[in-house]
Design a binder for this molecule. Sequence first.
Ligand SMILES: C[S@@+](CC[C@H](N)C(=O)[O-])C[C@H]1O[C@@H](n2cnc3c(N)ncnc32)[C@H](O)[C@@H]1O
Length: 419
Amino acid sequence: MSRLPFTSLAYALREAARIDAAVFAGQSLADNLLGRVDVVARPAVQDLVYGSLRAFGRGDFFLSRLLEKPLAVDEVRALLLVALYRLETRPDAAHTVVDQAVSAAGEILHGKFRGLVNAVLRSFLRQQASLTADVAADPVALAQHPGWWLAQLQAAWPDDWQRIVDAGNQAPPMGLRVNRRRISRDDYLRQLTAVDIGAHPVGEDGLALLKPQPVDRLPGFFDGLVSVQDPGAQRAAEILAPAAGSRVLDACAAPGGKTAHLLERADLDLLALDLKPARCRRVEEGLGRLHLSARVEAADCAKLDVWWDGRPFDAVLADVPCTASGVVRRNPDAKWLRRPEDVASFAGTQARILDALWQVLRPGGRLLYATCSVFPEENSVQVRNFLGRQTAAGIVHEEQLLPDAERDGFYYCLLEKRA
Ligand SMILES: C[S@@+](CC[C@H](N)C(=O)[O-])C[C@H]1O[C@@H](n2cnc3c(N)ncnc32)[C@H](O)[C@@H]1O
């Protein structure tokens, strides 16, 4: 239990270091690592964690220059990374940051590393100008992405990779999806304007907020007028667009953003599957808030003998698990946790899912294959390989969104099964 006041920067630095260290040990931010942090400090800790992980390539470079030998204690190393991030983003408060980081170090291993934390951070401040200049010569520090990841981006997107990297290093924008069953987008925009929240329309149901907001500031959020969803993710329902009355499978549904969007746009007989029961509950909660209904089941969608009753579907959404290389700004831990061999491993899983789901689609039906990746092996290459295996499949529509100021990176391919 921390003895630091919850409102202090020292507490925030200490907690952020604990979370970063858990990430370096292999845990994902998606495992609710922020949940243990006192609610008062959560926004500050979140900023430190996400910011320091986005900038990890840079912080790691600084530490390699500032430490005489590698630091064996992960939490102290994480504390230094978090403090370096804060020093770079709040140069006006440098001395406070150092003092508070030393206090935070007092909570780790009986304060054994207080002196080291103090010395390293002060040394950084003395050498900041030259160290910062040296970043230009180190590709990983400069791009803040692992070397193998950069190489994949450069090979796939020779003209756009820098733009993708830059987008990945920004804090993400916040997008909304207006529940068209409850209110028109224009009317909702007026409600936002009335509470001084700036936004503009994107896509068919989306709004891009000028500044991220806590959901309790969004008019009617808890009554289901609106949901938080990136406009890039909203393309799924726009592209698949099943007709009212269709029998639809959302095969990898949790947390349920695309399920809900499909149901807001048409009355459907929809089955939502997800591998993980806990994640299925999130789908149900989301549908409950929006007053929508679907059958939700926990199952491996590729194991047809477990969940399929043999009745074919008119439309299938296969929003498959992927590297999430199109959304690194939202999951900055992922780029450091992934290994190069993960791309082929995801591609293998995706192919298995795609082959299985193709069997549940009726002749003439449409399947939308989707990822939030920008790696071709998971996207265009995956689909070309699939077309080689399934001669009755044809592409109706294909698009690759690269992450930009308004939308995350997504890949969509709408496939039709020839009758
Ligand atoms: C990209 S996310 C889906 C996001 C979701 N469609 C949305 O818009 O909110 C992928 C999901 O697939 C699930 N998943 C992974 N493998 C699966 C499988 N074999 N069968 C069903 N779900 C699976 C994961 O648990 C995860 O929730």
